[in-house]
Design a protein around this ligand. Structure first.
Ligand code: ZN
Length: 413
């Protein structure tokens, strides 16, 4: 946890747009706010899409703390999954070494971007023993069923699936109809054509061991490895309890991931809802397409850092776009962010400036309104412009505003 300065004055209640209800709702439901954000699958370096997500939820944590709340933030790492195994195989490296290397790079990137680390940062692998009991319970309670896996390494082995038809609230996160769900299920890790499933949308909970794949003791499930969605459900349940206040991630996780992990979590926790609100970061694209590892159109945080770009400029470029919208990354945006950063630095390096109290209030009001960071940046721009053109006689103003930029926006001048 880095040092975060205190900012004078008081902050309004933070509201966020909840994907499930479509409404603006308070992010906090009590003094303590629990935040669960889905982490990376560590098979490639952090691109702007990831960075946007973790900066957005870092912003949320900052404004919640500023408004007097304690925040407990948990993030997972999907350090065992098909894409990781496939990449390791392609590159001829051990999947564990690949994951370790990419996790280290991710953490370096996050530190450079001034992202306050989660309180707990949990790998799927280290947590596997805690997934087995809950999956066995889902089977025992009739929420899950076994499907024979004839290609498994042992005779009679079975995969286990969650029965989505059992869940009356299935669809309550994404509000997609069946056709809409089917459209994205396969491309986001689902296996609609697997033989023996009751419903094509049923989600894998436990995969029996196949030759050449790593395996863990699954108790009565047999040896194998977990599905993706159950990992987040169990980690959230164990480390925060459900409902969590805010479940976060990119919009590409709304379905199936958040729909499924919510269904699993509700079935396990006996809770009506998985989260007080679901907050989603829009996709960041490049050259007209979503930035993704599979397409290879990536702008990497680590590459920009190696090129000597100030990480604060990268962060400012991300904050210049509202988190709820999809947008395209361009070099011009980075140039604009670099110019903005140097203007702010110049204005804040003076011996005084215009009184900054209203600017701090404006930043707080903008961020409390569904994390409207572009509006917050506009307020700072106006102060900087006034300071540079007309000056000001408040000797404390640069200090107050500099602390606010650090504490609220994570921008260190
Ligand atoms: Zn997740």
């Amino acid at each position: 946890m880095p040092f975060v300065p205190k900012v004078p004055g008081s902050a309004p209640e933070v509201r966020v747009r909840d994907t499930a209800s479509g409404e603006l709702v308070p992010a906090a439901r009590g003094d303590l706010v629990t935040l669960y954000v889905c982490g990376i699958t560590p098979y490639d370096a952090t691109h702007m899409g990831h960075a946007a997500t973790y900066v957005t939820f870092d912003l949320l944590g900052r404004v919640l703390r500023d408004s007097g709340h304690a925040v407990r933030y948990v993030q997972n790492i999907t350090d065992i999954d098909d894409p990781l195994l496939e990449r390791a195989e392609r590159d001829g490296v051990d999947w564990r070494d690949l994951a370790t290397r990419e996790i280290a790079l991710f953490r370096e990137d996050m530190t450079a971007l001034a992202v306050i680390p989660p309180d707990e940062y949990l790998g799927a692998v280290e947590s596997i023993p805690t997934f087995v009991g809950p999956i066995e319970k889902l089977v025992a309670d009739g929420w899950a069923y076994a499907v024979p896996a004839p290609d498994a390494s042992r005779d009679g082995a079975q995969d286990h699936y969650f029965d989505v038809a059992r869940d009356p609230r299935f669809g309550s996160v994404s509000h997609l109809d069946e056709a809409g769900m089917m459209e994205v299920f396969a491309e986001r890790g689902g296996d609609p054509d697997r033989e023996g499933k009751r419903n094509r949308l049923d989600a894998l909970l436990w995969r029996a061991h196949r030759e050449g794949e790593p395996e863990w003791d699954g108790g009565s499930l047999g040896s194998g490895r977990p599905g993706w969605h159950i990992e987040c459900a169990c980690i959230a349940l164990d480390h925060l309890g459900i409902p969590v206040d805010v479940q976060g991630g990119g919009t590409d996780l709304v379905f199936p991931h958040h729909e499924m992990s919510s269904a699993h979590g509700r079935a396990l926790g006996g809770s009506e809802s998985f989260a007080g609100s679901f907050v989603h970061q829009g996709m960041v694209g490049l050259d007209g397409e979503k930035m993704s590892k599979s397409k290879g159109n990536l702008v990497l945080v680590s590459q920009l850092r190696r090129d000597g770009v100030d990480p604060m400029a990268i962060r400012l470029a991300l904050l210049a776009r509202h988190h709820a919208h999809d947008w395209m990354w361009t070099d011009d945006q980075l140039t604009e962010a670099q110019q903005r950063l140097s203007t702010w630095r110049e204005a804040l390096s003076g011996n005084g400036g215009p009184v900054a109290d209203q600017t701090v209030d404006d930043i707080r009001a903008a961020l409390a309104d569904d994390l409207d960071s572009p509006r917050a940046l506009g307020a700072v721009d106006r102060w900087a412009s006034q300071s540079l053109t007309r000056g000001g006689d408040d000797p404390g103003a640069p200090g107050v505003l500099g602390r606010a930029l650090d504490a609220l926006l994570g921008i260190r001048i």
